[in-house]
Design a protein around this ligand. Structure first.
Ligand SMILES: [Zn+2]
Ligand SMILES: [Zn+2]
Length: 165
């Protein structure tokens, strides 16, 4: 079993920060990832990532769809799901299972299992990385003779901006 314990709390995006810079960083990262791997960063994939990276919140597929293009040229829901699958494959977007919603990843890379922290007040999502939780799940699974297939760690609460002092 892995004994490395990388625990690192990702900073939450601060309220009032420059969204455009965040979005540009995420789009640039997506462009270079696609270039490296010979994948196509289609206008639709870009638009989905732009919407999520500007929102800094998790959005359902239909919320994303509503923000896309012009009313008469909106893509079908299946196309949005395909774009989301593509972006999730590259870890550019993650799915919040408890809400069936998606958000743009703000980390440069993932070295360990991720935990998602969602603020109930503003809807902002943060990420942390730690092997401790999955190691413990593996240990407990051994005791139960259970084979875990997916482990989602999603914590709801209040972010620093929304917390009352
Ligand atoms: Zn991430
Ligand atoms: Zn908040």
């Amino acid at each position: 079993m892995a004994v490395t314990t990388t625990a690192q709390v990702a900073p939450f995006p601060k309220s009032g920060h420059d969204h455009a810079r965040c979005r540009d960083w995420m789009i640039k990262r997506a462009e270079s990832l696609c270039l490296d791997q010979g994948l196509r960063f289609t206008p639709q994939r870009r638009e989905v990532l732009e919407i999520l990276s500007t929102a800094h919140q998790c959005l359902g597929a239909y919320d994303i769809l509503e923000r896309m293009g012009h009313r008469d040229r909106r893509p079908p829901p299946a196309a949005v799901y395909r774009s989301l699958d593509f972006l999730m494959e590259l870890n550019l977007v993650h799915r919040m299972t408890s809400r069936n919603a998606f958000f743009a990843c703000t980390r440069a890379e993932h070295a360990a299992p991720i935990q998602f922290w969602i603020c109930r007040h503003c809807g902002v999502v943060g990420e942390s990385e730690s092997t401790l939780i999955t190691d413990e799940v593996a240990r407990l699974a051994g005791e139960l003779a259970f084979r875990p297939e997916t482990i989602n760690v999603e914590i709801e609460g209040a972010c620093q901006t929304c917390r009352t002092p």
